[in-house]
Write a protein that binds this ligand. Structure first.
Ligand code: FAD
Length: 380
């Protein structure tokens, strides 16, 4: 048992040191709040897996999810500037724009976010993406969407910014249980890599354990959607834009590395590793979109788990336990939404007034918004 040091301010506990955990810890520390991050395994975080597209429009989001994505996209430059200033490291933000190809102009015009993009015909598509396979006859260019090199730069910069701002890390520490009485949080039971079990007292914590969040709070409808990825090396500048095709995308980094993703495998649950079927799916996607890329040398292959919810929107704000805040379930748009989520949750947990546009979205992202559906028996 670990008693809290009565002379130091009680820290806010961050349960999970992935993308959301680091982003929220950083924002809290910037607000002068003491923070401790409890992190089971740094390398399993989807933050180190993602392609890093900042793509509310290319993803075809709608409703309040689109609004949240757009707010977060607008916040990205200042958010990244804070991280870069605190860490002294670049985050790899690039405004490459994203092109979405379609088989027909009709399909293009029916895309949910078509009004936000520039319509392209086949000739214009070829100018944007030389070598695009011939079946793609129309496109949308979202020049406001972009990308960030989460895997090689953003995560490392966030960690460094947190350390610089005095965030305390406990790496290799698993949170085993949340402790509460009369509906109010009072601690977390943890286990370190040597098997030592401790109790950390706390009255405020953020649940941001990614795809594993429901293991700590089973009421949460969060489940894993596995994704497999690979990267290819191209001559620098071979691809100018991100290409977001159905089922497959290409994300060109500054140095010529192209990230290709991603499978979407809810049935895999938490099964680890690459699979022949997953790799075949990626290869078929490459051929269908950009046949020239079959000749680009593969560099690396990896996988991870998206934290999904039944409506693919995050769970944000209050939880069933007072003092415990939620920042989980960002599914395939967590990198995009980290800027807005970290600001909102850091404000809530530090007692500050959140920005009204973000606060206004909280009802749409309550953790219990699915309950009516569940009791109606049509939950899938
Ligand atoms: C293949 C793939 C491609 C993606 N591409 C994009 C993209 O292009 N754009 C985009 O915006 N998003 C993308 N995403 C989504 C994005 O990566 C996630 O939404 C985001 O990383 C979620 O952040 P998180 O902090 O909730 O979870 P994670 O980053 O997964 O972090 C969770 C952390 O919690 C820790 N943890 C879990 N349980 C415990 C416990 N009991 N105790 C202590 N620690 C614990 C884990 O070890 C992990 O480090 C992609 C995801 C995948 C998998």
């Amino acid at each position: 048992m670990t008693a809290s040091d009565s002379s130091a301010p009680e820290p806010v506990l961050i349960l999970g040191g992935g993308l959301m955990g680091l982003a929220i810890a950083h924002q809290l520390a910037r607000r002068g709040t003491a923070v401790t991050v409890l992190s089971r395994r740094r390398s399993e975080a989807a933050g180190f897996v993602a392609a890093g597209m900042l793509a509310p429009h290319a993803e075809g989001l709608s409703g309040d999810l689109l609004t949240l994505g757009q707010i977060s996209l607008g916040r990205v430059p200042s958010w990244v500037a804070q991280i870069e200033a605190d860490s002294g490291l670049p985050c790899g933000l690039r405004s490459t724009g994203i092109v979405v190809p379609f088989r027909s102009a009709e399909a293009r015009d029916h895309y949910p976010t078509a009004p936000f993009g520039e319509a392209l015909n086949r000739n214009q598509l070829e100018q944007e993406i030389p070598g695009l396979a011939p079946q793609w006859r129309a496109g949308l260019l979202f020049s406001q969407d972009g990308q960030i090199d989460n895997r090689r730069q953003l995560m490392r910069a966030l960690e460094s910014a947190c350390v610089d701002r005095g965030v305390h890390f406990q790496e290799g520490v698993e949170v085993q249980a949340l402790l509460h009485s009369h509906g109010r949080l009072n601690g977390a039971q943890t286990c370190d890599s040597e098997g030592t079990v401790s109790v950390l007292q706390c009255s405020r914590a953020i649940l941001c354990s990614g795809a594993w969040s429901a293991q700590l709070l089973p009421e949460l409808p969060v489940f894993p959607v596995k994704g497999q990825m690979l990267s290819l090396q191209t001559p620098r500048g071979a691809l100018r834009r991100v290409i977001f095709g159905p089922g497959t995308y290409f994300v060109p980094r500054e140095d010529g590395l192209v990230v290709v993703g991603a499978t979407s495998e809810p049935e895999a649950r938490f099964s680890e590793g690459l699979t022949p079927h997953g790799q075949k799916t990626l290869n078929e996607g490459i051929t269908a979109l950009l046949p020239d890329a079959e000749n680009w040398p593969p560099m690396e292959r990896w996988w991870g788990f998206r934290p999904c919810t039944p409506d693919e929107g995050p769970l944000l704000g209050a939880s069933p336990i007072a003092g415990l805040w939620l920042a989980c379930g960002h599914h395939r748009n967590g990198v995009l939404m980290a800027g807005a989520t970290s600001e909102l949750i850091a404000d809530l947990a530090s007692g500050a007034e959140p920005r009204s546009d973000l606060a206004g979205l909280l009802p749409s992202f309550r953790w219990d918004r699915f309950q009516a559906v569940k009791t109606g028996g049509s939950h899938s």
